[in-house]
Structures are given as structure tokens and as C-alpha cells.
Design a protein around this ligand. Structure first.
Ligand code: FMN
Length: 243
């Protein structure tokens, strides 16, 4: 399939066959991730490929995602990593003050997301399926212990990559008018929301698995009805970041 077609057919895959990923493919996936753009060439991202079944089982419990379902997919944790840079500074007895800031953390998280998406796009271009697993952040402190994460690191998400056993229908995105503005930001109007809710209601009612009577705005309301992962700031402070 042409790359553009592959990209617009993206759906997250949560069910995989037991076909193994070749060693060559695994090499390519990592190289694709590493080749992404990087802010100031800081390369502030590390990957941890989790192959240990005991660790996978523990992560499955934390993330509520089937990383331990007996398939041969690969599971990578994408870590925003400023530890290497701290070492560069500390080797010369320099301060890490400007490395521990919110801006540095944003830089590292952006680098990490770009690396992951490069891996994801490459994976889908060779007919693998992927799913991001933000659920690893349900227990950041346990993830830190499991993976021996040092200071100035933050596990942003996992990415599961494998051969799809089944694929969902493509989820209809917001219309172009709601996301592409010209020269100035344009408000998202109630009419746009009503139109999109109609589209998403139909999608959720008619999809072949996990049908639901809901809409995009209903999902948004539910998502923001409660605080989520509110210990993130404590975790980041313990990791050396200063806010
Ligand atoms: C950063 C990030 C974290 C995610 N975490 C999870 C997760 O923990 N579990 C899961 O089932 N899906 C997860 N997803 C997948 C989203 O639910 C999915 O991308 C979204 O519903 C859109 O569906 P689609 O990818 O099939 O188009 C995550 C996606 C992103 C970008």
C-alpha cells in the first residue's frame, strides 16, 4: 500500500498473531525511531525493549493492556531521557539546573513522541500493527523500579508492535475545518461539534467490536470529569525535575 494510504488507514491494534518479528525488522524499527528529528540534536529519548515475561506480566497489570498475551509482538517503552545529558554536564562538574526545567522536559517528551511515531509509521508501512500504551503511567513509581529508571528520565508510553490478528474500523477524525486554520486560530463552533458528534455517534454504534452509544464530546466530558495520574508531578520531582 502507498505510504499515504497506510497512514490514513491507521487504527490501533490490540490483538496480535503469534508470528515473530524478524531480527532484521526489529533493527529497522529501532533505526526508524532513532532517525526522527530531535530538538537541538539532544536525542533525548531511550527505548527499553521489554522481553522478560515477568516484567511484561507486571506491566500488563499496571497498564491494563495485554502485553503478556502469549503473542510474539515486541514491546518498547519510550523513555524521555535527559540522564545522558546530566552525565555530560556532571563529568565536567557543571550544574544540571537548566536541564531540570519544564522546558527541558517538554523537549525530551517531544523527541520521544517523534521517535515513537517514526517507529509506528514504519511498522504500519510493513503491515505490522501498533498500539501506544500510555497505561504504563498508571503507576510511574512501579515502572521506575521495574525498569531501573535513573534520575532525569520519564517513561512516556509503551509501543506494542506485532502482526495484527484483527483490525478495527478507522476512527473518523475531526473535520479538516476544525483542525486546519489559516493565519489565526479559529474557534471550534457548536455547529462543528454537533456535526462531529453525529459522525462519531454513528461510528461507535456501527463498528464491529465494542459498540457503544456515545459520541466524541461525551468521551471528552467523561475523560475530564476526574483528575488522572495526579502523582505525575511528585514522580517528576523525584526524578530531578524542578517546577
Ligand atoms: C500516547 C498514547 C497513549 C495511548 N495509550 C493507550 C493505552 O494505554 N491503551 C490502549 O488501549 N490504547 C491507547 N492508545 C490508543 C488510543 O486509544 C487510540 O490511538 C485512539 O483511540 C484513536 O484510535 P486509533 O489509534 O485506532 O485511530 C494510546 C494512544 C496514544 C497516542
Amino acid at each position: 500500500m502507498e505510504l499515504f494510504e497506510t497512514m490514513i488507514q491507521h487504527t490501533s491494534v490490540r490483538s496480535f498473531t503469534d508470528q515473530k518479528l524478524s531480527a532484521e525488522l526489529q533493527e529497522q524499527l529501532v533505526l526508524a525511531a532513532q532517525s526522527a528529528s530531535s530538538s537541538n540534536f539532544l536525542q533525548a529519548c531511550s527505548l527499553i525493549q521489554v522481553t522478560d515475561n515477568i516484567k511484561r506480566k507486571a506491566i500488563e497489570t499496571i497498564a491494563k493492556f495485554p502485553v503478556d498475551n502469549g503473542t510474539n509482538g515486541q514491546f518498547y517503552i519510550f523513555v524521555a531521557d535527559l540522564n545522558k545529558h546530566a552525565q555530560v554536564l556532571q563529568q565536567q562538574n557543571l550544574s544540571t539546573e537548566h536541564l531540570s526545567t519544564m522546558e527541558s522536559l517538554v523537549v525530551a517528551i517531544v523527541d520521544t513522541a517523534l521517535a515513537a511515531q517514526s517507529m509506528a509509521v514504519y511498522a504500519e508501512s510493513v503491515e505490522l500493527g501498533i498500539c501506544y500504551v500510555g497505561g504504563i503511567r498508571n503507576d510511574l513509581f512501579k515502572m521506575k523500579d521495574l525498569l531501573d529508571l535513573p534520575k532525569f528520565t520519564y517513561p512516556v508510553f509503551g509501543l506494542f508492535v506485532g502482526y495484527p490478528a484483527e483490525k478495527n474500523e478507522v476512527k473518523p477524525r475531526l473535520p479538516k475545518t476544525a483542525i486546519l486554520n489559516t493565519n489565526t486560530y479559529q474557534p471550534f463552533t457548536p455547529a462543528m461539534l454537533a456535526d462531529y458528534d453525529e459522525v462519531t455517534t454513528t461510528y461507535y454504534l456501527e463498528r464491529s467490536t465494542n459498540m457503544q452509544a456515545t459520541s466524541w464530546s461525551e468521551k471528552v466530558r467523561r475523560h475530564f470529569a476526574q483528575a488522572r495520574r495526579s502523582n505525575t508531578i511528585d514522580f517528576l520531582k523525584k526524578q530531578g525535575f524542578v517546577f
